[in-house]
Ligand binder design. Sequence first.
Ligand code: ACO
Length: 337
Amino acid sequence: MRAYIASTAFYVPTDVVTNAELISRYGIDTTNEWIVQRTGIEQRHFAADGTGTSDIALPAAREAIERAGLVPDDIDLIIFATLTPEHAFPGSGCYLQAMLGIPGVPAMDIRNQCSGFLYGLATARSFVETGMYKNVLLVGGEKHSVGLDLSTAGRSVACLFGDGAGAVVVRSTDDPERGIHWMNLGADGRHADVLVQRVWNTRTRPFIKLNEDGDGIVPKADLWTHMDGKHVFKNAVEKMLLSIMGMCMENKIDPTELDLVVCHQANMRINEYVRDQLGLPAEKVPNNIQKYGNTTAATIPILLSELERDGRLKPGMKVALVGFGSGFTWGSAYLVW
Ligand code: ACO
């Protein structure tokens, strides 16, 4: 028995924020040229106030279930990958489960940042292939817009991220060719503080600082994401390349035999460098970061869904998935679609 991705879907909020609007709406001192040249990003989508991460995920989840020919009652496990859950606890998976109207179905969150979808896929695959669960709903969803310092001080991070969700249903197939043939995950916690948000800190009591009135306060330095961009860039390129090369060796294929390499969308320059090193043409390493920015756990399922919808992803294709992110964490998968 082998697990496969039976359906894909995605949802992005309707409010499009172009690079020019980072300047006009928020007063950030930047230029469209700077952002496009360094990252490839032209715009991102921001969700409205009052919308939570699970709300963004709901339309994608519903559509993925429908496209798999199922109804919510058929789902027997929800896995929700996110670094922006509504609250410290419970996880977004529980909120999504309630909205899908399937009480009793187990719901777990995966906290592996940009690699969250791949960690989630490995988890879904294991549950399906051991026979414990039959129809697993795997969602990657984020609401970054509320956690960005949308001022000039935060511009190097704020220009990168967007809101959105992608969802897939993972099931088993009897087809000997099709499905998830191989997966690999990795992490190196020595770099944990290179890309980090420290809104709360359980090393100290209470875990959020208090002011004289006893109200919780988060100093600005802890409120926003800290990132050493150059260090992230260098390690992302290295680990993504090593992941794909290892994947090809283990599966005895040459990178040029891959029909598609679906990369996490953190920075178009990272993906172009990886493509260049693998000697692949642009159409085999597609990007959509131009439209959505980095939606962390959602980038891979959003891109898969777009590729499937517009016919670039077809049954029988040899597909590599690869991602890298905060932790550091990374992962890759080899699939026959
Ligand atoms: N607009 C204009 N100028 C800017 C902006 C901006 N949006 N952001 C930074 N700058 C300025 C800086 O202030 C700095 O100015 P200075 O030289 O006067 O001090 C200058 O541009 C260079 O800044 P750097 O941060 O050194 O720029 P760099 O070339 O490294 O590019 C970037 C920054 C785009 C963030 C790059 O490092 C990168 O993409 N790294 C990878 C980041 C990434 O992928 N993160 C997410 C992956 S993991 C995950 O998704 C959780």
